[in-house]
Design a protein around this ligand. Structure first.
Ligand SMILES: O=P(O)(O)OC[C@H]1O[C@H](O[C@H]2O[C@H](CO)[C@@H](O)[C@H](O)[C@H]2O)[C@H](O)[C@@H](O)[C@@H]1O
Ligand code: UDP
Length: 477
């Protein structure tokens, strides 16, 4: 059987008592559990003494208890590499730009050089572990140049790329100074996968406009002298596993007095990231309390927000902003026996989180942009089908394409979001059940297993009816 080699920026298997660092991790593990293989990338540590990643040899550790033969192959990053590649270019330029926040991007040519340097060094570190026939599945915006770097080392294996975040409109991509050189490097891949059709179309539109690629069919490109396939693979969740965790969890979302009084909980869970729309959401809740005094004391909004990417200045600023607005809301509306907003800047273990979702009458998921947003899907999967809560979801999350039975909102419109909250809190049982049933069926159909299976199926070589003739001007150089 072919081995699967997963390459992602962060290699972070679940650890008891610790929150998952993001949605990518659970999807990747599920892929490996099915076939076994290697998960290669950064171990999350910054080594102050180390020189920039040069000839690093990955540390190999078996990952026990997954029912398949999985090896973790990890490298630390030097301080310089971490600053340039992770903080500087990946999270300082690509993340804001791809989430339509070009105003927050800070381009520095040295950081970009570091991003390319780390991609090449990671390819060199992985090279000795590769065997003929291995299939490589590379994840996310940190690793756009990775396949090209592998090709330069003579790697001929199939290599697929999955973008977990949105692919923005061409005019937004063009704000990234080295956009053309950077995105041309996607031609090293055999398959480019996206969360939604909107992202896929935006990418091919950009490549056509730049005359980097030409369409051979709706899903097949001639790109740099190679055949590159594109596809849509919405990442998902394991409904049965989440149901089991949600039922077993013993954590309580509300205190005993609040539960006894029938108070309802509105729950949000996000990494503390400006793309998640937390200030706008707090404003919407404040608007609800202002306009509808009848809800005061009857609801409590709980925001779980584990800090993320704290070494990037924009993330420190969003935290300061939220600390201030949480304080203002509580100062303004609290009573001796009622705290309107509980704002927790720490993470929870996945299994605990699933139980908390189940107890919340409303799941409030309102990113300004999001590749998918697995919290939205987890919230639906964790509900009690007999008495489910209501999902209020941003129309700008990738998940909104599938979860159309949620109450969809524009997160920039705080009055409309407040109205959706009121509607969710008052929704009769029959309608809650109907909407939940619809969304659950979607998740059962578009499962996490399908995400892996379809991506790996499409990564197999394309059989053409006629040989491909590519003009010399488009050959890989
Ligand atoms: O590794 P970090 O810098 O700490 O960030 C955590 C992850 O955040 C992002 O997650 C994305 O992937 C999710 C799963 O596909 C998706 O639902 C979500 O919309 C995305 O934002 C990031 O893209 C990952 O690379 C990070 O691991
Ligand atoms: O305290 C927390 C907060 C989040 N998560 C998990 O982190 C992931 C967040 O993924 P999502 O796609 O919503 O957003 P991302 O953080 O990847 O942008 C979800 O699986 C959550 O269950 C967690 O385990 N504990």
């Amino acid at each position: 059987m072919k081995r699967l080699i997963i390459v992602s920026n962060r290699v972070a298997p679940p650890q008891p008592g610790r929150a998952a660092p993001g949605g990518l991790v659970s999807g990747v593990l599920d892929a490996l559990r099915n076939v076994g293989g290697i998960w290669f990338g950064w171990n999350g540590e910054v080594d102050d003494a180390a020189a920039p990643l040069g000839q690093a040899s990955p540390q190999l550790h078996p990952l026990a208890g997954q029912g398949a033969d999985i090896t973790l192959a990890t490298v630390p990053l030097s301080r310089q590499d971490y600053e340039d590649y992770y903080c500087g270019f990946a999270n300082g330029v690509l993340w804001p730009s791809f989430h339509y926040r070009s105003d927050l991007a800070r381009y520095d040519p040295c950081a970009y050089a570091g991003y390319l340097r780390v991609n090449r060094a990671l390819a060199r570190a992985l090279r000795p572990l590769l065997r003929d026939g291995d299939v490589l599945w590379v994840h996310d915006y940190h690793l756009i140049p990775f396949a090209q770097a592998c090709r330069e080392l003579g790697v001929t294996n199939r290599i697929g790329f999955f973008l977990h975040i949105p692919f923005p409109a061409a005019q937004v991509v063009e704000t990234i100074p080295p956009h053309r050189e950077l995105l041309r490097m996607l031609r090293g891949y055999d398959l480019l996968g996206f969360q939604t059709e909107r992202d896929r179309l935006a990418c091919i539109d950009y490549l056509y406009q730049q005359r980097e690629a030409q369409p051979l069919s709706p899903y097949l490109l001639a790109f740099g002298g190679r055949l590159v396939r594109t596809g849509v693979y919405p990442i998902s969740v394991d409904v049965a596993q989440i149901q089991a965790m949600a039922q077993q969890s013993r954590h309580h979302l509300l205190d005993a007095a609040a539960r006894a009084s029938g108070r309802q909980a509105i729950l949000s869970v996000d990494r503390l990231d400006y793309s998640k729309g937390l200030p706008e959401r707090f404003r919407a809740y404040e608007h609800l309390l202002e306009q509808r005094p009848d809800y005061r004391r009857k609801v409590q909004f709980i925001q779980i927000a584990p800090p993320s990417r704290g070494d990037v200045a924009t993330y420190r600023r969003i935290r300061e902003q939220l600390d201030a607005s949480a304080g203002r809301i509580n100062g303004r509306f609290s009573e001796l026996d009622w705290l309107p907003l509980r704002y927790l800047t720490k993470g929870y273990e996945r299994s605990a989180l699933m139980g908390l979702y189940r107890q919340a009458r409303v799941g409030l998921v309102t990113p300004l942009r999001d590749g998918m947003n697995l919290v939205a899907k987890e919230y639906v999967a964790a509900q009690n089908p007999d008495d489910p809560g209501v999902l209020v979801l941003s129309q700008f999350a990738g998940a909104a394409v599938e979860l159309e039975a949620a109450l969809l909102v524009n997160p920039y419109d705080h009055a409309a979001t407040a109205a959706a909250l009121a509607r969710a809190l008052d929704m009769p049982l029959a309608q809650r059940r109907e909407r939940h049933q619809h969304m659950l069926q979607v998740l059962q159909h578009n499962s996490q297993t399908q995400w892996c299976r379809h991506f790996l199926r499409d990564l197999a070589p394309v059989q053409l009816r006629q040989p491909l003739v590519i003009p010399a001007s488009q050959m890989l150089h």
